[in-house]
Write a protein that binds this ligand. Structure first.
Ligand SMILES: [Zn+2]
Length: 302
């Protein structure tokens, strides 16, 4: 079974890699490699207006300098629109996807409660047909209120009722772009990903991706959601919170810091070692069980 392990790291080229992305890269990489698995790279550039020119190449360069080795070519979501369109067509054909005419304001005016990850749960206005005289702006996926549950390797059992927690969610946006959830489900299947190891900021997305896998007849990967790194103010590290880019000349020290953040018992002197020495130590000593089992954000040690 070991050889069937296929993991992945899927950054968005909206800016340079920062410590938060490094934690996800290190966690997914070591889980794959220490189990004899493959580790694939996917550039999640489906939301093209958010892409920053040059960021994808800069991310790949940083991963190289930090000593990551990936299997096969990098998969760019921007090259996959035909596959997403085919998945959407399949969902339309079986009546699971439907056109939605609602504007953001109309949803805000008619929604009754918030969704699990912010925003508003879609109230289902168009699910039985478009209002008279209106045209579809977006395409949504029909959900039901069955419980969608999975056992996360770190966070334990996670369950949602999509109808009340999210509502019918968007597959293709009003601007014509495919939604992140659809792209991820289609690409995890295309790349035959068996294990997803990523930040817990995506935990609330997972039931939607599982629902898509069911609707499209895909198999479900095994999930592990890592703790998420925060800055000193307790905000998740991101482009929005101005997380600094990973410095190429601090690769060994930053890798050691990421390992420590993931609960690994790293010897202090390793921060002054070479990148190759850090990886050698990590391959030898990696303990998945040492990863903190908390979904919240953690301020890393300096
Ligand atoms: Zn609608």
């Amino acid at each position: 079974m070991q050889n069937s392990y296929r993991g992945r790291f899927a950054p968005s080229p909206t800016g340079p890699l920062h410590f938060g992305s490094l934690v996800a890269a290190v966690g997914s990489y070591l889980d794959a490699r220490t189990r004899g698995g493959e580790w694939l790279l996917r550039m999640e550039d489906v939301d093209t207006p958010r892409n920053v020119p040059g960021a994808a190449d800069a991310i790949l360069k940083t991963l190289e300098v930090y000593g990551f080795e990936w299997n096969g070519p990098v998969l760019y979501q921007s090259s996959r629109f035909a596959a997403y369109a085919a998945a959407l067509e399949a969902l339309k054909r079986c009546g699971l996807a439907y056109g939605c005419a609602c504007s953001r304001k109309e949803i805000a005016d008619s929604a009754t409660h918030p969704a699990v990850d912010g925003g508003l749960a879609y109230p289902g206005t168009c699910r039985n047909g478009l209002p008279p005289g209106r045209e579809a702006r977006a395409w949504r996926l029909r959900v039901n209120d069955d419980e969608i549950a999975f056992d996360d390797r770190l966070q334990g059992r996670v369950a949602q009722h999509l109808e009340s927690d999210v509502g019918d969610f968007v597959l293709r946006r009003a601007d014509g772009l495919f939604a992140y959830q659809l792209a991820v489900a289609v690409d995890d299947d295309f790349q035959q990903i068996s294990h997803v190891v990523r930040g817990a900021d995506l935990l609330a997305s997972t039931p939607r991706q599982i629902w898509l896998q069911r609707c499209l007849g895909f198999s479900r990967p095994i999930y592990a959601h890592l703790p998420v790194a925060a800055n000193a103010a307790g905000e998740k590290l991101s482009k929005q919170t101005l997380a600094p880019a990973l410095a190429p000349d601090l690769a060994a020290a930053e890798l050691v810091r990421a390992l420590a953040f993931l609960g690994q018992d790293v010897p202090a002197q390793l921060a002054r070692a070479t990148v190759a020495e850090v990886w050698a130590w990590a391959h030898e000593n990696w303990s998945f069980d040492a990863i903190p089992r908390q979904p919240g954000i953690i301020v890393p040690r300096a």
